[in-house]
Design a protein around this ligand. Sequence first.
Ligand code: FRU
Length: 523
Amino acid sequence: MRLIFMTLCFGFVLLSSCKGESDKTRIPEEQQQTEQTDLYTEKFRPQFHFSPPEKWMNDPNGLVYHDGIYHLFYQYYPEDIVWGPMHWGHAVSEDLVSWKNKPIALYPDKFGYIFSGSAVVDKTNSSGFGTLENPPLVAMFTYHSDERVKLGTNDHQTQGIAYSLDNGDTWTKYEGNPVIGNEGMMDFRDPKVFWHNGLEKWVLILVAGDYALFYHSDNLKDWELKSEFGKNRGAHGGVWECPDLFKLPVENGETEKWVLLISINPGGPHGGSATQYFVGDFDGTTFTTDQKDIKWLDLGADNYAGITFNNAPTDDRLFIGWMSNWLYAQKVPTKTWRSAMTLPRTLKLFTDNNDYYLKNYPIEAFDDQHYNSKTMAAINLEAPVTIENSNFNASDIRFMMNLSEHLRLEFSNANNDTLVFQLSPKTSEIIVNREQSGQVDFEPNFANNIQPQFYQPQNRMVEVRLIMDAASLEIFIDKGKYAITNTMFPSEPYTSLTIESEDGNTLENLTITDVKSIWNNEK
Ligand code: FRU
């Protein structure tokens, strides 16, 4: 019942948020500049996570590196702080830490809003949009036609492409759009394109309802459907969205495996949205796996629609997710903008008990934002220990502990807001409790949706790392074998951290480091 309700809810949002013709939403470039001093200082404004200068943002799109620049495009509605006719917002970075906002990259047109998708560097100029000397950036996205939604013909989502010859600053839509039409698939979207070495073709994966489709192309314009995956695999409690597919080496082994990311909404482990993954093989045409379990990329409630960079300059597989959940994304209590991205994370594959798992951990360059560090060599938890800090909501906390021992951390402030993180080896549960974390009344599901998740309380020392920005807490256990991302909206920053353990755990090398704002980096 709940599932059906959630689907309808999101469907309703999609149908009802249209505010009119796309060209009317065009904003003069000078108004999109962000160097205004009052920006990025608002209550709840993340200081070292990307958030849009103003208005509504959801999924990261078109993550691509080209000529020294990382591009972050994103689902953007420039007229309101709720979802609406989608554009692609744009920001760039040289290090994935500091971001510079750019003008909107893609506007809706006669085929519809610009939904999620990806971007590639067409190095051989296979599309003919550029030259070999100046290869084009090609973006592929879903067109969502609100007019066709109203006709009820179930063909409102098609795929389009656009190209840029100036490294993402300006874009031209292909005159032959849409490049993939729709013959009656209600949900048919979120193309992820990549170049397949070996096959020597472009491969495209997109989602259709609750399974994935794979296509081939030689020129990014003509696409041939080749295979499908997932009708009987993984979680199916909602619509599949935002797929990604890439190869990764398996840590400490000689094998390589393919990883398929599939976001799903609703049907996540906390209700609402979440990202599952499959580890398997891909021969260029068909993805196969013998994975039986459902695996989640992140055990928190707020990491959705994440994808990885194409053409990254190193072998690292770099991931960014949207740090929110469709259950309440449109109601969170920020005033001038809504939502932020996760920290960029490196994805790696490891084995445990003869099974493959994905871990994700912040990129090293993030540590450049550190300043003011305090370290305590060992903390014995025979009795609770409380540490005061003027602002935990801009900090990176790390320590080593035995994963088989109990731990409870409670962040609090003078208004008695409390945020709790607990590892309970007796029940193998990871618990985050944000019921009293601050403002929670904007949506009943926000406070009480978080369910315990499970871990293996092994007897070994591991790193526990907590990175807290204004309105988010990202927790990484054992270098990202467990990643837990949640948002919260405290009435004021947390200033006190109480650490307890039922079995007298000893924490080693507890380091609390303040984190600088990225929005001051350029000044
Ligand atoms: C995921 C998603 C995508 C879609 C986009 C619309 O959050 O629903 O499937 O393309 O958002 O904004």
